[in-house]
Design a protein around this ligand. Sequence first.
Ligand code: KIV
Ligand code: ZN
Length: 528
Amino acid sequence: MERIAITRQIKIFDTTLRDGEQAPGCSMNTPEKLEVAKQLERLGVDIIEAGFPASSPGDLESVKNIAGIIQNSAVAGLCRSLEKDIDAGWQALSKAVSPRIHIFLATSPIHMQYKLKMTPEQVLEQAVSAVTYAKKYCSDVEFSAEDAFRSDPEFVCRVFAAVIAAGATTVNAPDTVGYAMPEEFGAFIRYLKEHTSGIEKAALSTHVHNDLGLSVASSLAAIAAGADQIECTINGIGERAGNASLEEIVMALRVRKDYWNADTRIDTTQIYPASRLVTQVTGVKVQPNKAIVGENAFAHEAGIHQHGVLANRETYEIMTPESIGLQKNQMVLGKHSGKHALEDRLKQLGITAAAHDIERIFTEFKLLADKKKTVHDRDIEALARGITVSVPETWTLIHWAIDSSSALGATGTIQLRYKDGSLYKDVALAAGPIDAVFTVIDKIIGKDIELESFEIGAITEGEDALGETSVKIKHGERIWHGHGISVDIVESAIKAYISAINAMEWDISYNPHRAEGALTEGAAPSEL
Ligand code: KIV
Ligand code: ZN
């Protein structure tokens, strides 16, 4: 009799909006997080970890907003093993279609002794009481043994057995510091699977950091050893060297389905739009040679490779660019195109926009089509993302002018409109044109701002390419990111600077006490 192998379904738990967002320079504001969450839902992730609700009122609010709109993925919120965290978590998650409370507590000797100042027995007791408390609110509770890989495996099994008995439906064994070799990590997961009593009642998960560049390999080794869920992020963003990259794990399973006999429910054609969106909202670019989503992942430079690919693309391509949603640049629309054509194109690019945003995108598109001969998908995408993820404008750019010369430096003039309608105009002198306009803007808004990073480039090739600028600004201890595009490269820089200022103004008014990275996994000992 022929045996039919049943494909195992691996759950994808995406933590771009929590572990990813915790990474320095990766913070996102609420509209950006909502946009990313919608894209993760389109991608088909099983669980979206939307944030850490107790970390700040702003985080609680954005988890709540995400929980309110997501229909087809579970929404999780991270909580320390504290009742006040679990209360905040439930406050944020209660309206979700499928809420999940995610609780963590460290189990390794080094974390227990130096960070928690607790004995193993106290940790065990606190883990059980946190899960028991969370179960009063929610049937879906995940427990993570932070730094599990550096813990005594027998102790992790005891903790897992106890939290499963208390009702945990998923138990997660992270390699929090990315220390394991993949084979070793596989053996560790197998040990947990074989020695945890009651494990058949819960899903076994992993969460691997990339400190030695092994997070994807270790996650795959965990799947081979029987893990049911993988925690990962888009573009691999996350604490320090990041987390395991979603796109690499998913494509490894999909491309080598013959080997794994395991798959996910991910719609891989949504991978590239997801990667672009996360790059755009965080301002953190992926390295060009990054697997799957890097600029060069499907580029063939050497003549011999080009020849091979032209004869048969499988000579050098093990997956198609289309399979991850990468379309060849197309000249899709021109200045005579109408709103319906634009709406259709936006849909194909995986961008959903409200009616009032479509109006704004269309107006900008017409302006662009007037200035630019060819309008590519990447131009439309950048234009639309700039509008759909923007925060309300505290300051709006009205006019700018620059007078620049080789010997005398530059004079910048800027006119801005404040949200109450009043107009402000000023002038400044500086060594260069960008410096001059940024100095005037600082004068007008009256805040002490430091420019942390500044990246300027073109979206597409050619003389009439759209200019794209990313900036990071610092005010006090906090950092905000801004993004600007324009056919004029200087204007793209001004727009990026103003969009960072608007993100700052909005965040400060919404979320005044949050310090950048204030509450991370290694929370203050007294709190735990
Ligand atoms: O790295 C880690 O251990 C974590 C846990 C909170 C899951 O992020
Ligand atoms: Zn982590």
